[in-house]
Write a protein that binds this ligand. Structure first.
Ligand SMILES: [Zn+2]
Length: 160
């Protein structure tokens, strides 16, 4: 069950409380809720042992060093404690568009610019992206990479 958007007992007072504590402990930006499964899969090696409970968030601020944090337990994981570069963070290298098939934004743009792909399907056929999808574990947000690929296609189309 997922209690991210409210208190598990159904009381109204929790909402305000949650909104206040859901901010990144370092930069203060509001984070996006991420499944514990995703955090467990992507946090590197021994740091995994400190993962407890639910309520993980990811900081979407590109300049912030924090990736995952949990304001309930006070645990946070920075970029160097996560096993993959997070594409929207500054200096992410390589910049993956599809984490499951390890296809980079560069490869997607190349498929658009050099091979004339215009849709996600065409890009997938050329790059092999979105094969064996397991986004829940591989994508830092735990969501399908479809949207990131689309953004990379748009970038490529604008370069033409
Ligand atoms: Zn932050």
């Amino acid at each position: 069950m997922d209690f991210d958007n409210g208190c598990c007992c159904g009381c109204n007072t929790a909402d305000k409380e949650l909104a206040k504590v859901n901010k990144c402990p370092v930069c203060g930006n509001e984070g996006i809720s991420v499944s514990k499964i995703t955090v467990e899969h992507l946090v590197a090696g021994d740091y995994r042992k400190t993962i407890e409970g639910d309520g993980y968030r990811i900081c979407m601020n590109e300049d912030c060093n924090v990736v995952y944090y949990n304001t309930n337990s006070g645990v946070k994981f920075s970029k160097d404690q996560v096993s993959v570069p997070v594409w929207f963070k500054k200096d992410a290298n390589p910049k993956y568009a599809c984490y499951c098939s390890k296809v980079t934004e560069e490869q997607v743009i190349e498929a658009v610019v050099k091979h004339g792909a215009k849709t996600v399907q065409e890009v997938n056929a050329i790059t092999g992206a979105m094969k064996n999808s397991n986004c829940k574990e591989n994508n830092p947000l735990g969501v399908c990479c479809h949207k990131i690929i689309q953004e990379a296609i748009d970038k490529g189309l604008n370069m033409k």
